[in-house]
Design a protein around this ligand. Sequence first.
Ligand SMILES: [Zn+2]
Length: 511
Amino acid sequence: MHLRTGPSLNIAATLRYAGTVPAKQTTGLRLYNTLTKKEEVFEPIKKGTVTMYTCGPTVYGRPHIGNYASFLMADLLRRWLEVSGYEVIHAKNITDVGHLLHDRDQGDDKVQKQAEREKLHPLEIARRYEQEFLEDERALNMLEPAYRPRASEYVKQMIVLVKKLLKNGHAYETDDGIYFSVESFPAYGALSGNTLENLSAGARIDVKEQKKHPADFALWKKCVGGNGAHILRWLFATGEVSTTEGEDPASGFPGWHIECSAMSSSLLGEQIDIHTGGEDNIFPHHECEIAQSEASSSRKPFVRHWVHRRRIQMGEEKMSKSLGNVLSLPDVIHEGFSPLDLRYYLLSVHYRTNLKFTMKGLDDAKKARRKIMEWMEEMGSKESEEGKESEEGVIARWHEKFFDAMNNDLNTPAALAVVFDFMTLSRLRKNDLDQSGLSAVKDIIEMIRHTFGCFEPEDMDVSAKVLELLTKRKEARQSKDYHLSDQLREEIRKEGYEVRDNGDEQELKKL
Ligand SMILES: [Zn+2]
């Protein structure tokens, strides 16, 4: 077994669930829908296949664990749909242009701002943080989506959508951009519970914007005024990359919201089954996505199930970059935890409750996870003895209990309670099990393992120290410090792993 840390690797793909599930259990998932504000029985548009879109990161810094909590919820949902027998076509984007500070229409592009700080080209910044993000995702054992579109590579499709909205009267042009007219779309506010009245109360329109309503939002920003120095730019007329510099109203860049509308319809079709994101995405981002997508298509609703992860709190406060109380994955590793301890912790609470993150909670999660893994190993190595009774009937009931918990709006705390009870029972009865009883237990273990994705055998679960050494070594290689890189290779060897370089990737092999 080996683990690589480069971008093209997919550890998780090798762990794809191949178990069999009784047909009666392929339906019955009840999922809370943010749009209708109630739990609904999940049924995909096309029998057996689920299309799912996840708003990915804006790559201008390392995402914090609150961001990962939302990506992990999406990963859990996808895994559960697979265990339930569906094929899931999952798209998760990378936003590398157009996401302005404070998620609004004014201010700098987050990626460009970071590029100015680090004196690099915006795309260098975007690719660097994309790489870090992919490494974190892999360490957290998230399954690779079918598509990872980058916004900058879908600008032509975005322009097509904007032109459609201009033509059908849902958008209008001003001196500094093209805006969506919220008054032209009566359902605006349905997802977030906002109304045009409360959105306009106290809001003011920047004179440069010439917006008709304060809640109108940018579909396209021209390279004029504050955006005159924007580096990544395209010609609105043709969608080609623009080579102009400085002020140029013919060149511009997309607004953040139009990116997801264009990428999801290009890859998954005009109507999709599930759209996920963090609670903070509901407004304005997802509200605007609905307006753009539904105003440009006859397929409604654009998304059949909206699923949002509640935010993570640090004690009583919201975890956010602006409050300066964020933790990244390397911070957690530095404290002696494995990425999969964090994965267990973040998934052990229901996705619609606010987790109050504490180190004590993480430590308890680590211990609980170890207990489950020890049990899995113990049962995995158990051989059956002849002449003993089968307990299949009893075991099937535990299978059902686990399904019931997960089908109840992904009730992971209840599902884990079932796991702990089943652990006690299977240990008590392990000497009574015949071949088929034992293999039924092992099947359930495989299902639990695929669902949660954090009980991988220990040789896959590289220690926090090794992961930290790998991160340092990657940085040393990037700055061409080969002496340090060789020293780190030796340190990794002392930890029991050989590291090999394959292009930009580091491959790890147990010695
Ligand atoms: Zn999005």
